[in-house]
Ligand binder design. Structure first.
Ligand code: HEM
Length: 179
């Protein structure tokens, strides 16, 4: 494992992996949550519009095509927001990777729609809606708490450490305040 820059600084911790001890940007996370919510809602709307079209409301096909453009545009914004949150906001990289894959699949989905390749278009549409919802749940989950940095020479800190062999996890926990 590479030594972290925090460990090299006086008073730095030996348990941090990231060189930047600040938590992920709240603004970046808020922006990612907002754009992911709009994106998931637009994806779900496609199934509703397709169902209305198949029920005989033929104008809904035009709405489905317009909403496809909205999805691709919002998907592009989502990639930008997720990459900025990852690279500059200290957020996780996975939403950026998932958003990029979604965007490519959505562009292909629109092509399949215009080609009337429904054998692929419908299952891919369902997959896109599921993926959009899974990402939505992930970005709305609260972040795990930051690990507590160990004080210099503090052998008692358990954050991020594995108990020595032969020690029970209970024995390595700090004493609980029972008062
Ligand atoms: C469960 C989700 C979806 C279902 C069930 C579905 C179903 C359909 C159906 C039945 C058609 C009409 C095909 C025809 O005219 O014979 C269609 C067309 C189309 N779909 Fe979807 N679709 C879904 C999701 C999507 C998504 C996510 C996009 C874009 C990202 C998309 C883009 C299009 C486009 C561009 C057309 C062609 C519209 C036109 O010809 O004016 N669809 N879709």
């Amino acid at each position: 494992m590479q030594p972290s820059s925090a460990a090299a600084e006086p008073g730095g911790s030996d348990i941090r992996e990231s060189p930047d001890p600040r938590p992920p940007s709240a603004r970046g996370r808020g922006a990612l949550r907002a754009v992911t919510t709009v994106h998931a809602a637009a994806l779900f709307t496609q199934a509703v519009l397709a169902g209305r079209f198949l029920s005989g409301d033929y104008d809904m096909l035009t709405a489905h095509a317009v909403n496809a453009d909205v999805i691709v545009a919002v998907g592009l914004v989502q990639v930008v927001v997720a990459v900025v949150y990852w690279r500059r906001g200290r957020g996780p990289g996975r939403p950026a990777a998932v958003s990029a894959i979604l965007l490519v699949a959505e562009a292909e989905q629109a092509v399949l729609g215009y080609q009337r390749s429904l054998g692929v278009h419908v299952p891919l549409g369902v997959t896109l809606i599921a993926a959009g919802l899974l990402l939505l749940v992930q970005v709305w989950r609260p972040l795990p708490p930051n690990p507590v940095p160990a004080a210099p020479g503090d052998a008692g800190s358990v954050a991020g450490k594995v108990p020595p062999p032969g020690t029970s996890p209970e024995a390595s926990r700090p004493a609980q305040d029972v008062s």
